[in-house]
Ligand binder design. Sequence first.
Ligand SMILES: Cc1ncc(COP(=O)(O)O)c(C=O)c1O
Length: 404
Amino acid sequence: MTKVECLSCHQKFPLDPFFPFCPRCQNPVFLLPSTLSTKTSSSNSQDDSLLNQSQSSSIDNLSLGEGNTPLLRLSQLEKLLGLSSLWAKNEGQSPTGTFKDRGSIFVVRFALKLGFQRIGTVSVGNMAASTAAYGQRAGLETYILVRGDVQEKKLDFIQTYNPHLIQVEGDYGELFEQSYELGRRHNIYFANSVDPFRLQGYQTIAKEILNQLAPNFPEVIVAPVSSGGHLLGIIKAFLDLNTLNTLACFPVFIGVQSDRCAPLAEAYSRGEENFQRMYNLPPVPYAISNPNPPAGNLLLKLIYQYNGYLIAVNDQEIQEGQKLLAQKEGIYVLPSAAATLAGFIRCQQQDPSLAQKTTCLIFTGTGFRGQRLFPAEKNKLHHTSLDHLDGLLAKMIDKKKPEN
Ligand SMILES: Cc1ncc(COP(=O)(O)O)c(C=O)c1O
């Protein structure tokens, strides 16, 4: 039996895959260790429980190579912004281009283990594509519910994996809630943003960061926030490591939202315990756009408890972040991921002591799927023939020389 625990009220109970929330306080739940074993007759190792499988494990041939993404030093930005130690965990190098793959691999393993033939998800795009890719690989029927206003480009990308794709008009928060009831009725395992298996997958990043940064230690960790599931999973992983006394110190966590839809950052700025659900917002062109984040209140609680920050950034800051990363560091990220850098810059202006800390920015998705926010510089584009190439290069290089 799969058992879960609520991180808020600490109640333990069997998981209901059709409503994976705490029945007492409605918060997301976490799997209890040792709850699942995938032991096969050919294996007698303790280490093959579903929870212990490394994300790149090929035990069941479902992995697409998720996890183990690079950690990169951002030396140019350190200089430019006057920071001591700035690092990027580039989740854009995941198989479908976002961190969601860390969760999707756990979801399909569980779905197969429990004998589900159908999985699904409610998503604005990135989780949809990831779930579709892993669902197809696992041979599962995959049902993707997206908002009515999802951009063409995103729909097209999701369709690459050929899932059943349904655009649903109406309130996104209600769609999220209804999906569980629909799942129960049609026997579809809806693994949404705070599914406990997804959250388990998100936790795998913690040990990677610790190993990759050693002998240094992440004192600040920054991530974009929509449903809150991703950052919640990461904090939970560090809490678990903390109980094992393996941490030099507990990191400061910074969650970043777009100011177009920032229920958590707004609640935090008012010092409120619970966020207020947002209604009738104009379409937000970013993946970080959940008006009713299911992990929101638990995330607020943990951010207050461990002296973190929840911060909102505007379009211009996101655009500038995306441009800085591409043009100073050669890393092209999604706008939602660029919000991470924008949020850290903003936060560090409020709390200058952050500039001295070893900071890990989590870039949650690649920009290579489109949605570049800043325009290309026209004067950087040149046309020439082979005959004139040498001359053109000479002219361009000459222009750059400082005048005497
Ligand atoms: C690229 C990207 N970054 C960050 C997030 C936020 O993650 P979460 O919804 O778990 O807070 C999302 C969510 O869709 C995303 O697609």
